[in-house]
Design a protein around this ligand. Structure first.
Ligand code: GLU
Length: 551
């Protein structure tokens, strides 16, 4: 009995060898500078900004170099899988107009690329061929430790302040005679497959991370599990090595939480004699919380989830721009000189990434977003808010469809000027900021005219409608008429004169325009009143004003 017999007993149906797979997935035929990157989410049901940022880097690296960006579904942990996750991830990618070059969408029965399957659970045979090889070479072994035994070991290690894991004397089955292992398996005992580590914890090796530069780690000496007993699928560590090797990934972009696993990955790559890809370990994403700066949390911070931006209706361009500013410190300077270029033309440099943490600032996103929306045409704003509303507010979508030109006129207020108005931060805010223009929402209202007494309000409104309102007036004429009206009613239209002797007047022109503004909108703060009056038009103006004195 030898290791080969053991390997055959464990994997009786695995016939392909590593060499077979090397042939099936040859080196990619790409120019030397082309980068092959992957977005490898686990199907946990959401997408975090901590996924989005590395994904964007993957995409940039591949696009800029004429390489390949592929999507791999890392579903080896069946217990954590949430149905529909990968469909959701696809929808996020589509929303941001990011198309992977290779992928597998099971629900659509659609696959692209020659390096698949792109879903890990469909790669079981591949992993097992690699594991079979390790077992037959004596480089991996079945481990029969039960959960209870492992819990005891862990407690003992914690108590004795020792490193946690299966190594040295804790690796009870590492040197089990092959016959005994075979008997146990034949008796139906449960086992996992562990790497038989050959590392020496007291020996250090150097590793070059593209963000952190040269790093030094002690060698791995843990007999880490590489295949789970529950489903015969590999652990993350093992799948990473096999997949990124066979799929010919050149750059692995992933969160800093994986840095501590480098010794394991280093040993696994070395064991197979594979060249390691290059690594971009991206820093933690931080946020300001009062005076403190802390890690962004999907539990505490709604903005940690990508769904937040879609639900609020942030323009995708604004979200990408905001994330790009934390990806590289020189992005904003580049953007100033390349205002019309696509972000994919930016040359990402891992060196210009802060290794201590990337501060994601919502205020900054809001500014970028406001600025972006302010530069859209009225047609574009209309299309975007309509698309958003169809998904999140059907009632408003119906109103928008009914009043298309009217709505566009609203979005155009103070838009076609050198410094356009920056009213809207996201598309959901447009209803909040324009509702009063639509009769459908203009009911059950409360008006607050402040100090001004209601009789005076009625008087001002009546005279305005009867004598001074003319729907065809241009802005100057409109304003002249308001001034005339002020004179007739005892209000002063010259603010300087008014401020010198306020006691001589009933009020100023501001009081008069405010009465009109509040009567028409209920608000004391709106965009240009003349524009609002012009857009509302005769019928609405008449109805809204007459309401105050005709019961
Ligand atoms: N499936 C892993 C995760 O979602 C991927 C890490 C990696 O990119 O290697 O965290």
């Amino acid at each position: 009995m030898n290791n080969k017999d053991l390997a055959n007993l464990i994997f009786p149906n695995i016939n392909k060898t590593i060499e077979d797979y090397e042939k099936m997935y040859p080196e990619r035929n790409l120019p030397p500078e082309a980068k092959v990157t992957r977005f490898a989410p686990s199907p946990t049901g959401f997408m975090h900004i901590g996924h989005f940022m590395p994904m964007l880097i993957d995409y940039l690296l591949a696009k800029k170099s004429g390489g390949i960006f592929y999507l791999r579904n890392e579903d080896t942990d069946g217990t954590r899988e949430v149905k529909g996750s990968i469909e959701y991830i696809r929808s996020v990618l589509e929303y941001y107009e990011i198309t992977p070059d290779e992928y597998e969408y099971r629900d659509l029965n659609e696959t692209k690329g020659n390096y698949g399957p792109y879903i890990q659970s469909e790669r079981k045979e591949i992993y097992q061929a690699f594991i079979k090889y390790l077992v037959s070479e004596g480089k991996a072994y079945p481990c029969f430790l039960t959960q209870e035994e492992m819990d005891i070991i862990r407690k003992e290690q914690a108590r004795d302040k020792r490193r946690i894991g299966i190594y040295g004397r804790y690796a009870k089955y590492r040197d089990l005679p092959i016959e005994e292992a075979i008997n146990k398996i034949k008796n139906g005992e449960k086992y996992t497959i562990r790497l038989k580590s050959r590392g020496d914890f007291n020996h250090k090796f150097k590793f070059n991370d593209l963000v952190n530069g040269e790093m030094e780690f002690p060698e791995n000496d843990l007999d880490i599990p590489i295949m789970k007993s529950s489903n015969g699928l590999p652990t993350y560590h093992f799948a990473h090595v096999v997949d990124d090797h066979l799929m010919r990934t050149t750059h692995v972009v992933r969160g800093a939480e994986w840095v501590s696993s480098i010794p394991i990955h280093y040993e696994l790559f070395k064991t197979f004699g594979f060249i390691m890809p290059k690594y971009v370990h991206i820093p933690l994403i931080l946020k300001k919380d009062g005076e403190k700066i802390r890690k962004i949390s999907k539990r505490l911070d709604p903005e940690a989830k990508m769904s937040y931006y879609e639900e609020k209706g942030y323009p995708t361009t604004a979200v990408i721009e905001a994330v790009m500013t934390i990806i590289n410190s020189n992005y904003e300077a580049w953007r100033e000189g390349h205002s019309t270029s696509s972000y994919t033309e930016f040359e990402f440099s891992p060196k210009k990434m802060s290794s201590s943490g990337a501060l994601f600032d919502l205020d900054k996103l809001d500014n970028i977003s406001k600025n972006y929306i302010s530069h859209l045409t009225k047609e574009e704003v209309y299309e975007k808010v309509l698309t958003w509303s169809k998904k999140y507010d059907q009632e408003f979508a119906n109103i928008l469809e009914k009043y298309k030109d009217y709505s566009m006129a609203i979005y155009n207020i103070e838009r076609e000027q050198k410094k356009p108005r920056k009213d809207y931060t996201y598309y959901s805010e447009i209803k909040e900021k324009t509702w009063y223009m639509y009769d459908e929402y203009f009911k059950d209202l409360e008006y607050d005219f402040g100090e001004i007494d209601l009789e005076e309000v009625k008087k001002v409104l009546k005279i305005y409608l009867d004598k001074y309102y003319n729907e065809n007036d241009d802005q100057n004429t409109w304003f002249e008429r308001i001034k005339e009206m002020c004179k007739e009613l005892g209000y002063e239209s010259n603010m300087k004169v008014y401020k010198e002797n306020p006691q001589n007047f009933k009020g100023s022109i501001v009081d008069v325009t405010n009465i009109i503004r509040i009567a028409l909108t209920t608000l004391s703060n709106t965009p240009n009143l003349y524009d609002i009056i012009k857009i509302l038009g005769n019928d609405r103006i008449t109805k809204r004003i007459e309401k105050f004195y005709i019961k």
